[in-house]
Design a protein around this ligand. Sequence first.
Ligand SMILES: Cc1ncc(COP(=O)(O)O)c(C=O)c1O
Length: 442
Amino acid sequence: MDMTDLQQDLASFWMPFTANRQFKQAPRLLSEAKGMYYKTPDGREVLDGCAGLWCVAAGHCRDEIVRAVQEQVARMDFAPSFQMGHPLAFETASRLAAITPPGLNRIFFTNSGSESADTALKIALAYHRARGDGGRTRFIGRERSYHGVNFGGMSVGGIPGNRKLFGNSMLPGVDHLPATHDIKRNAFSKGQPLFGAEFADELERIVALHDASNIAAVIIEPMAGSTGVLLPPKGYLERLRSICDKHGILLIFDEVITGFGRLGGAFAYDAFGVKPDIMTMAKAINNATIPMGAVAIRQEVHDAIIEATPEGGMEFMHGYTYSAHPVACAAANATLALYEREQLFKRAGELAPYFEQAAHALKGTRHVIDIRNYGLVAGVEMEPRPGAPGKRAYEALTKCFARGVLVRTTGDIIAVSPPLVVEKAQIDRIFSTIAEVLATID
Ligand SMILES: Cc1ncc(COP(=O)(O)O)c(C=O)c1O
């Protein structure tokens, strides 16, 4: 096989979360990126309406991040973080601790959102055990939530398709709160929907069934992203927080999508005012330049685990070879400095009303049964084609791509989440392209 054959061989790569056979018949390839745009191998520009996979918050190939990565990989490609350290890791942790909610100032590094979810669950178990409360092992997740693909995150997650294959191999002792999505009462809500705080009361029912003394943690996405932009009803997060407090249950927010400006503040806490005990992050942590994730932990939770082990002993049996990888840290430090210098989280908040108006202008467009939004994220839900759920949205994705706009779809929902550097004219183009495309779809 010569190089040309190798480049044209589409068979070897088993693509993740992809209809492989369908894709390989009509591949959609991206080969360059800058700012708000991708470029295809044949030179076509594609406006990025979804920040890659909700992760390229500062726009693509930003010079200072590229430079930081280039310099770091040449200076020190790798250093272990087990019983050794390197300065960049401590800097990244401090930078993160400065923007996480007050008190969540201890940082554990991972390489992805999935690893962050499993790490958070293990920290919750370790915390209760350290306090002599080791019977608290149950977890409570939520239907229609996504916490990645590893066994812990998948178990607390609530995606039927993701669970179908592995249903009998999930973590034991997991319950699920009901999803909060309630289109009948909340369709076309702007911002947080009005109805549904009472969905949080289900937690009391689960606690009554299993007893609080057996429950370690509740894990939710403050806004569910990849299952369709599902916003927390007004009062819902507050109620969950207060029920967790009442029963000594830890509250974990999965901020893999909501973190780093998507909601118009650094984290969901800045948007909704509710503080978790543990928080997961990934994606935009370093503008998705190098795989990286992290978990922020309330200091008391961290201290309880650290202090339960005699001095000189390893306090937490957990970590990844690439935890705090120096090149990922260099990218993160450059990214976090850039977010601050350009005030991108604030920018997202300031653009939000314009974005909201542009999104809701699709009301009345063919097939659209709901539009919802917050910060710089919107979900446009379509009525599924009878007998063919998901087909309409997939067709919308391919047709938008053909017209030079990249969007993300899940089920029959189109998710729009551009980089935070998006301009108003680009917001208009994303939504007008969706409107044009929907008019052409049966
Ligand atoms: C809320 C949430 N948690 C976890 C993950 C998994 O992250 P990763 O794909 O980096 O493992 C995702 C990915 O979209 C996510 O949205």
